[in-house]
Design a protein around this ligand. Structure first.
Ligand code: 5AD
Ligand code: SF4
Length: 454
């Protein structure tokens, strides 16, 4: 992070983080790290070495709940890193949802915090360290401006720019509106200023972030102003700009026009479909049907012919029939996604879908899921073939975790690209840089190539 100091209320303490979930949580984790370091704490990788452990967890699907509970429970027997007892803090969507109930289930959790008060975390930790009681602080809403909090970027060349939080859509399966609250946009001048300062700092890639970026500004200005944000980002001088997540019902012609107008707005769009059955889309309260979705895809491809699309799909929504599922398979084939995140429906207490009759056997749902994954893989493979033999600018992240001789990077369409590290070259010279790559091989999950310029 930029302004780390070693003095502060947490000086001399070590911290470690565990984060599960969506980009919003990953971004919150960067804020938490920034704050803890500004307060004097030092990051360590293992829980054994840490005086403070912060879990940030998503609750969109049950798997994250189970994982959090398991990991927090297993910490009970790990001896403290130093003299003082270890402080365990659990936050994010699960903290927001469960509050003090989490401490009833896991008695060694010192602090539970929510999605609206991460700015209080240092204070809560200091109080606990000075002998205060365990605390669960969860606010329903807050005016806290998390964007003013310090940040420790995981990759200095890539920045998340939250432009709005929360969601008003209430898809019937989804817990997000209950744990992240209603849509709240940041003032447009603040968003512009952050984009400009990232460009001035030399950041290569900015990712505009929100649960529903297309409705950005509606709460503040009466109508969405996302196209203006795209135009500003397009003119900012940033090498690459991306944005997630777009709701198909809210993507406007103005937005598509702006998206098509600037070459630094990368030609990839994540456009969650959720289901290819109009009946299920209605039960999900998605506010579009497959016909409208396909119109949006046509408008996008008309303006940005080589755009790559990715999506989210849920299998096994309550009452989904074989016919509904086959409609989903057909849509995946028709759209031709470059990639897709596929999920088995997970019942979330408190959402309308949790009350719907759900009698499809698990084996049937698992079989559908496997069939969907096959179709998605075939589509990803076909889409990636377009890149074979092509020269592409690749933004490198560094070497692969598994193979120190292989560089990893991202294409404009957000495909993973592997390039062998040239003999004698230093991987550090590549991280955060964009270099031209000749793509020699296109597989389902990645492209492989060699540096075009040596
Ligand atoms: N079960 C399964 N998947 C879900 N998602 C959201 N809620 C659920 C749920 N209850 C998926 C949606 C969303 C993505 C982030 O997670 O596909 O787009
Ligand atoms: Fe959840 Fe729907 Fe909002 Fe996405 S748009 S966060 S799926 S309620």
């Amino acid at each position: 992070m930029e302004d780390s100091t070693q003095s502060g209320p947490l000086s001399g303490m070590t911290y470690s983080q565990r984060t599960f979930g969506c980009q919003m949580n990953v971004h919150d984790a960067e804020r938490v790290a920034g704050m803890l370091e500004a307060a004097g704490a030092t990051r360590v990788e293992t829980i054994e070495e840490a005086d403070i452990v912060v879990f940030l967890t998503c609750c969109v699907r049950e798997a994250a709940d189970v994982r959090l509970m398991g990991q927090v429970a297993s910490m009970k027997n790990i001896p403290p890193a130093h003299d003082a007892p270890r402080i365990v803090a659990v936050g994010g969507c699960i903290g927001q949802r469960d509050g003090a109930k989490l401490q009833e289930a896991l008695s060694h959790v010192d602090i539970v915090f929510g999605t609206h008060n991460i700015g209080h975390l240092v204070e809560l930790i200091s109080e606990r360290r000075e002998g205060g009681k365990p605390v669960a602080e969860v606010l329903e809403v807050s005016d806290e401006d998390v964007c003013g909090l310090p940040i420790r970027r995981e990759e200095p060349w890539r920045a998340w720019v939250p432009i709005m939080t929360g969601c008003n859509n209430f898809c019937t399966y989804c817990i997000v509106p209950y744990v992240r609250g209603r849509e709240r946009s940041r003032p447009i001048e603040d968003v512009f200023a952050e984009i400009d300062s990232l460009a001035a700092e030399g950041v290569q890639e900015a990712i505009l972030l929100g649960q529903n970026v297309n409705s950005y500004g509606r709460d503040l200005y009466g109508s969405p102003r996302f196209s203006e944000v795209l135009e500003h980002a397009g003119r900012s001088g940033l090498a690459r700009v991306r944005f997630i997540t777009s709701h198909p019902k809210d993507i406007s012609p103005l937005t598509i026009e702006a998206f098509a107008s600037y070459p630094n707005l990368m030609p990839h769009l994540h456009l969650p479909l959720q289901s290819g059955s109009d009946r299920i889309l209605k039960l999900m309260n998605r506010s579009y049907d497959t016909g409208r979705y396909l119109e949006v895809v046509d408008e996008l491809r008309d303006k940005i012919p080589d755009i790559s699309l990715s999506t989210d799909i849920i299998v096994g929504f309550p009452g989904e029939t074989e016919e509904d599922f086959c409609d989903t398979l057909s849509m995946v084939e028709e759209v031709g996604y470059g990639s897709a995140y596929t999920f088995i429906y997970s019942r979330r207490e408190g959402t309308p879908a949790a009350e719907m009759e759900d009698d499809t056997p698990h084996e049937v749902i698992q079989d559908r899921f496997d069939r969907l994954v096959d179709v998605v893989q075939k589509s990803a493979y076909e889409q990636n073939q377009k890149e074979a033999g092509v020269r592409l600018p690749v933004l490198f992240d560094g070497v692969s975790k598994r193979d120190g001789a292989m560089l990893n990077g991202k294409s404009p369409k957000d495909q993973t690209v592997h390039v062998p590290l040239p003999d004698g070259a230093d991987a550090g010279d590549f991280a955060g840089r964009i270099r031209e790559v000749e793509i020699e091989e296109a597989r389902t999950w990645y492209l492989k190539g060699r540096l075009a310029d040596g």
